[in-house]
Write a protein that binds this ligand. Structure first.
Ligand code: GUN
Length: 315
């Protein structure tokens, strides 16, 4: 009698890993405050009233509260000029009671996103979007790493997925997600930024579909960050590969009028061949928020050290 061998990928539970990271942080922050430091402070600037951005910022502030980070959201109308926004950022840069600063993206069209990201002081740039932090990451130097790529790094590390000498495909080349993710994966583990030593192929909108399929079939890890449901199919995935899905798209649900979130991966089919897979929602999303909190604490500690040095510095 022949039995059908059924296989199912191990689920990478991003929510559980993010909760663990937040609990670890809560303890570290509590110790830090008990040593006489003031609690870390995170300020978010939200320009306009995009509902998705409002929800993201609200979730970040809730997470901050849960781990012991003080937070504040500055809400500005979508008519805010670029100069007004730059002025706000400059005040926060000079405010010693503020550690982390983030400007929720996207900003309205009349504001230049790059100018805004570069205006945030590199030492307070918890998003890691300032060109100094991007440049330092590209040079394998210690930097503030954007939260989503850092979340992917932590998911892989904590799940103990081997990366050294492995083949990784990153689908998507955005400057805030795809590019820094590829950077973390391909760089040297012996350098300051502790890369993952993989062989990385970056695919994007101009990669022909048959080439995308070939690259993916050769990959031990596929990381997709595009926002195209069904992009990664079962026939593109090597048996046992690890699949990390950063894509988020809202699609109509089963019930009329309802919607649901899906990733870039055909989850139900791909899980039959993959070794590990992240769900959407509940995979990379919660990790982004947890790593933003981790960046905020790192920044607070580093600024506190600088202050002590400045106050009692050498003669
Ligand atoms: N919009 C979407 N993702 C992000 C993020 O990680 N940081 C900021 N500031 N805005 C975003």
């Amino acid at each position: 009698m022949r039995f059908k061998i059924s296989h199912e990928a191990k689920l990478i539970d991003g929510k559980a890993i993010a909760d663990k990271i937040k609990n670890e942080l809560k303890e570290k922050i509590s110790d830090y405050v008990a040593q006489g430091n003031r609690p870390p402070q995170l300020t978010a600037i939200l320009v306009g009233n995009d509902p998705a951005s409002q929800t993201y910022v609200k979730n970040k502030m809730l997470a901050a509260k849960a781990v012991g980070i003080k937070s504040n959201t500055i809400e500005l109308p979508d008519t805010t000029s670029q100069d007004e926004l730059l002025e706000r950022i400059s005040k926060l840069n000079n405010d010693t009671s503020v550690d982390g600063i983030l400007v929720q993206l996207p900003v309205p069209e009349h504001i230049d996103e790059r100018t805004i990201c570069n205006a945030v002081a590199p030492s307070k740039d918890v998003d890691g979007f300032n060109e100094i932090n991007v440049g330092r990451l590209a040079l394998d130097m210690k930097s503030i790493v954007p939260a989503t790529p850092l979340g992917v790094y932590e998911l892989i590390r904590r799940t103990e997925i081997p990366t050294f000498g492995k083949n990784v495909v990153v689908i998507g080349r955005s400057k805030n997600v795809g590019m820094p993710t590829a950077m973390l994966l391909h760089t040297d583990g012996r350098h300051e930024s502790k890369g993952m030593d993989a062989t990385v192929t970056i695919c994007h909108r101009n990669t022909p579909p048959e080439q995308l399929k070939k690259h993916c079939q050769n990959a031990d890890i596929i990381i997709t960050a595009v926002g195209k449901p069904g992009l990664v199919r079962r026939d593109m995935v090597k048996t046992g590969a690890c699949i990390i899905d950063i894509g988020i798209t809202r699609v109509p649900g089963k019930e009329p009028g309802k919607t649901k979130l899906v990733g870039d991966v055909d989850f139900d089919e791909v899980r039959k061949v993959a070794g590990h897979i992240t769900p959407v929602p509940g995979g990379v999303g919660p990790m982004t928020v947890a790593m933003l909190m981790s960046n905020t604490f790192m920044v607070a500690q580093s600024l506190a050290k600088t202050k002590i040095t400045n106050g009692f510095g050498s003669d």
